[in-house]
Design a protein around this ligand. Structure first.
Ligand code: GUN
Ligand code: FE
Length: 455
């Protein structure tokens, strides 16, 4: 019999597809030394008892307690790490003003490595405590402190995909916060990619460099073309903002004579490892382009309330075969929790479907077939995020990384309202998704290692 690195016994929820959640009751999850789920074993398997006994004897076995459940770790597809320092403030102004009055001044402070360490340490610990095991980060324009963020992810055990942000256009960015010039922006990006790849050699859960033009308005054509080439040369992930707001969308049309999605394609920035944040204003052709290139949408439902003045039609794009995952967009979104964002994704979709659309007659109701439920939101936060990044994460299934959260619904002081012994498991799942708080997340694991435990 194989001896595994660790074996866990418990009931798990994992997404098969946007609408199908598997309930794996009392399964064994056998994790190998690389942190991959080598086998899941149902209680009626012949060797279930033998595996359990063998690993218990060797101290490699952990059984979940009563009231505890396993969920995959969450995948946050869009976090501005430096903006953690301003989370929860300044959300009452439009995007352009917010960037110039609040966000660029804050991000410019990350030239200071001491300040960066303080903010990044706290953010990564907070995300882990909220069940986020993988995060796709925008850092700042500074290559040293961007590398520091990757190092902090590495040290704390989070799977971090990190981008040094590029903003090289002197006409669009303030002098105190932009790349010195285009060639420096590209050289710094390449040096950053090489440094993160070197760091990654010793990181079990993986850290990845990401080519990161902030958005088209902040970059020159030359930088955007150069970044597309760097991503191809080093086979990296790519991230940016796409079709987020009327202002940004109009700006791109005016400057380039084409829509955001087509412009990004022409710069070589769409593809299987590309994740574009927001994308609220995609049209049918843009969505088809995303589906054809394997480009994913990072859906940021809380942030969209404040900055995009629109609701992403998630159900429609999922139906069209576009990959979609969930992003917190700290700090355009005030919450670091993907639980909060999953809840808002459902609420926003319901308001899109059932709200009055002012473009229609006064008594018409919103856009049909828009709604998603909490199962789809869970899919976005887990398997959808994994597919967006083209990594084997986001499911508790064979071949996937052991990235997991143990959620305790019976915890003293943070009990969920579950009464009696006959509440069906799919209702427990819904209650966890709607009502769990960070207090309920007892343990978090990434790639077979425990990275968070509640005292
Ligand atoms: N567009 C360009 N930069 C940003 C940012 O920091 N946050 C959001 N929400 N949109 C952006
Ligand atoms: Fe953003």
């Amino acid at each position: 019999m194989t001896t595994y690195f660790r074996v866990f016994e418990g009931t798990a929820f994992t997404a098969r597809s946007p609408k199908e959640i598997d309930v794996l009751k009392d399964h064994l999850f056998c994790v190998d030394a690389n942190g991959i789920i080598a086998r899941t074993v149902a209680p009626d398997a012949d060797d279930y008892e033998a595996i359990r006994q063998r690993h218990a004897d060797e101290g490699r076995y952990q059984r979940l307690g009563p009231g505890q459940y396993l969920l995959p770790g969450f995948v946050d597809l869009h976090v501005h790490a430096p903006q953690w320092a301003q989370s929860g403030t300044s959300l009452d102004v439009p995007l352009y003003d917010w960037l110039h009055a609040h966000t660029f001044p804050l991000e410019s402070k990350f030239a200071d490595l001491g300040f960066a360490a303080e903010v990044y340490d706290d953010l990564v610990a907070t995300l882990l405590a909220n069940g986020t095991t993988t995060a796709l980060y925008f850092a700042t324009i500074h290559k040293e402190s961007s590398l520091l963020l990757a190092e902090i992810c590495a040290k704390k055990g989070q799977r971090g995909l990190v981008g040094k942000v590029v903003m090289d256009d002197p006409a669009q960015n303030p002098d105190y916060y932009r790349d010195a010039d285009t060639s420096t922006a590209l050289a710094d990006t390449e040096a950053f990619i090489v440094a993160v790849k070197a760091l990654a050699k010793n990181v079990k859960q993986g850290v990845y460099p990401v080519v990161t033009p902030r958005f088209i308005p902040s970059c020159t054509d030359e930088a955007l073309t150069g970044l597309g080439a760097l991503a191809a040369k080093h086979d990296t992930h790519i991230q940016s903002h796409c079709s987020e707001s009327d202002w940004e969308h109009e700006y791109v049309l005016e400057r380039l004579g084409k829509r955001d999605a087509a412009a990004l394609r022409d710069f070589g920035l769409l593809g299987d490892k590309s994740v574009m944040a927001h994308c609220n204003l995609l049209d049918e052709n843009d969505a088809a382009l995303f589906a054809a290139t394997g480009t994913a949408v990072g859906h940021c439902p809380i942030s969209n309330v404040y900055f995009s003045n629109s609701v992403l039609p998630v159900a429609r794009w999922l139906e069209k075969g576009v990959e979609v995952g969930l992003g917190s967009d700290v700090s355009g979104g005030y919450s670091p929790s993907l639980y909060d964002n999953a809840r808002q994704a459902v609420i926003s979709s319901r308001m899109l479907e059932e709200g009055v659309d002012p473009a229609l007659s006064a008594d018409a109701r919103g856009v049909p077939s828009s709604r998603i439920g909490i199962a789809e939101a869970f899919y976005l936060a887990t398997a959808g995020g994994g597919e967006a990044l083209s990594l084997p994460i986001g499911r508790l299934a064979e071949g996937y990384a052991w990235d997991a959260q143990i959620v305790d619904i019976a915890l003293a002081g943070a009990k969920l309202p579950v009464f009696g012994n006959d509440v069906p498991k799919h209702e427990i799942f819904q209650k966890i998704m709607y009502l769990a708080r960070p207090e309920n997340i007892r343990e978090v694991w990434v790639q077979g290692e425990r990275v968070h435990k509640r005292a």
